[in-house]
Design a protein around this ligand. Structure first.
Ligand code: E4P
Length: 218
């Protein structure tokens, strides 16, 4: 399972990339706005920190402008994955860019049928938003289960299931249990994944007992 970080904050990306556990980064227009930075600058900087796919989202909603934006983003660095919304124009853009050899992440997916369309359009990644489904009282993980099962039936589909809108560590566990290819999580969730009170308690005891020995390993 691959871990992507869902943020445009370069300080967080640098810190978490140093763990060696970060395989890619996803951004979106809201995260770029929150960073207060120019999209082209921040995406290029992120691409230089993390070698894996860095998703950068188009802003337009019509095909011609989306395609032009997608090509500009893709030209920034070889590890850019262009993110397009799951609309007819977005999927047309996906097909055109994918045919040109550009990785495309299709975002804002909320149904299995949408995921089938994205796979047929040649998407490298489909991003179902589990947290936003949970927010409206639907089970986001049920959608992941459906998409993983459907994609398995069609080996010609090359699209990876990228579980997005992750809100807490249990989303990561559930996505892993279902065999999702990738999860993209906010930095806070990756940090939370390390934590367990028994780990902290156990380490405190080991450290205290070790001090009593007066020994040094080095
Ligand atoms: C995914 O690529 C999106 O950027 C992200 O996961 C959306 O998450 P949110 O629903 O917490 O905004």
């Amino acid at each position: 399972m691959k871990f992507f970080i869902d943020t445009a904050e370069v300080a967080d990306i640098r810190e978490l990339a140093a763990t060696g556990l970060v395989d890619g980064v996803t951004t979106n227009p809201s995260l770029i706005a929150k960073s207060g930075r120019k999209i082209l600058d921040v995406v290029a900087e992120i691409c230089d920190i993390v070698p894996g796919p860095i998703s950068a989202e188009v802003a337009a909603t019509d095909f011609d402008t989306m395609l032009a934006e997608g090509r500009k983003l893709a030209a920034l660095r070889p590890n850019v994955a262009v993110k397009v919304p799951l609309t007819p124009a977005g999927l047309r853009t996906c097909k055109t860019l994918s045919d040109d050899g550009v990785k495309v992440n299709v975002t804002l997916c909320f149904s299995a049928n949408q995921a089938i369309l994205a796979a047929k359009a040649g998407a490298s990644f489909i991003s179902p938003f589990v947290g936003r489904l949970d927010d409206i009282g639907q089970d986001g993980m049920e959608l992941i289960n459906d998409i993983v099962a459907i994609y398995r039936e069609y080996p010609s589909f090359r699209t990876e299931v990228l579980v997005a809108s992750i809100r807490h560590p249990m989303h990561v566990t559930d996505a892993a249990r279902l065999g999702a290819d990738v999860v993209t999580m906010p930095p806070s969730v990756l940090r939370q994944m390390y934590a367990h009170p028994l780990t902290e308690k156990g380490l405190a005891a080991f450290t205290a007992d070790w001090a009593k020995t007066g020994q040094s390993i080095l």
